[in-house]
Design a protein around this ligand. Structure first.
Ligand code: FES
Length: 317
């Protein structure tokens, strides 16, 4: 996968456990353009690659900005980013990709939960710049855990943003009222922890919003329902060897135990590093990397998280 060398020109503490990083190209040339909702892969070191949404104005050509919540319960990426990446460092990143693009709409309702503010803020910048109608609600646990408060307060769209703090009496968002008050041609964009996204999407559905007007992005693929997972077989085309993939193991791990290494980085269906060709059988796609068309073709899959609908998959390995 192609990477780009960028220099860390600024590292800023934005709130408790949240720092932002500003990257500029290491050779001074403009960076590849991006659209609101895009994310980049950041090579954190020691083989770790993590995805972070860009949160600066997409108009910027000379810099990318990300913000990272330090989460000691995560798989190590956010802690490594906080602790090891410093101003002046050169890091490798992937070019921006967008799985969460803005679609044309009469009105936009932007809902951010915690660190999910990053793509939402980028969208607000874009919508404000293009004169689109939008409202933004930003929900966090407490003011001290809320990034970009001063930036929002000083922006041209400050009057369209409402903050909601769990720590304050009556501070929680009245989501039903917010959804019900939205103009009829509104599209909702929501990003945040899984529970926040599930809360919004379930409420929107209950209030009669069609799915095509509710857009969301999980950090990583949505947690899959693994309760019905069963074992299946994988056949290696080059050797003819057949291995059983247990119900509770990803394909990559099960094959690794037999000495077959598939390169991985995110291990959650986001980055595409592990994409493997499928010669026979039907995968059960659980990633957010492949497009719907690519998934429908069933000739490739992401073995770090996806499984099989058929009893056997023949892999081009
Ligand atoms: S390792 Fe990232 S999609 Fe599989």
């Amino acid at each position: 996968m192609n990477t780009l060398a960028v220099k860390v020109v600024k590292k800023t503490r934005e709130a408790d456990d949240i720092v932002s990083f500003e990257f500029a190209s290491a050779d001074g040339r403009p960076l590849p353009p991006f659209s609101a909702g895009s994310h980049i892969d950041v090579h954190v070191g020691q083989g770790l690659v993590r995805q972070y949404s860009l949160c600066n104005d997409p108009q910027d050509t000379h810099r990318y900005q990300i913000a990272v919540l330090k989460d000691p319960r995560s798989r190590g990426g956010s802690v490594a980013v906080h602790d090891t990446i410093a101003e002046g460092d050169v890091v490798q990143i992937g070019a921006p990709r967008n799985h969460f693009p803005l679609v044309p709409a009469g009105h936009y309702l932007l809902l951010a939960g915690g660190i999910g503010v990053t793509p939402i803020l980028c969208m607000a910048e874009r919508l404000a710049r293009t004169g689109a109608a939008f409202d933004m609600h930003y929900c966090t646990r407490a003011p001290e855990r809320t990034a970009f408060v001063a930036r929002i307060a000083g922006s041209s769209f400050a009057d369209r943003v409402r903050f909601h703090f769990d720590s304050e009496e009556g501070g929680r968002i009245d989501l039903q009222a917010v959804l019900d008050a939205a103009p009829p041609d509104t599209h909702v964009y929501v990003c945040g922890p899984g529970g926040f996204i599930d809360f919004v999407t379930a409420m929107a559905r209950a209030r009669g919003w069609p799915d095509e007007r509710v857009h969301f992005e999980y950090f990583g693929a949505a947690p899959a329902d693994t309760s019905g997972d069963r074992a299946f077989e994988v056949k290696i085309a080059s050797s003819g060897a057949v291995y059983t993939i247990p119900a509770d193991q990803p394909v990559t791990l099960a094959l690794q135990r037999h000495g077959i290494d598939i390169m991985v980085s995110c291990e959650q269906g986001v980055c595409g590093t592990c994409v493997t060709r499928v010669l026979e059988g039907e995968p059960e796609h659980r990633d957010v990397y492949l497009t719907d068309e690519e998934k429908a073709a069933n000739d490739q899959f992401t073995p770090c998280c996806s499984r099989a609908r058929s009893a056997c998959l023949v892999l081009d390995l």
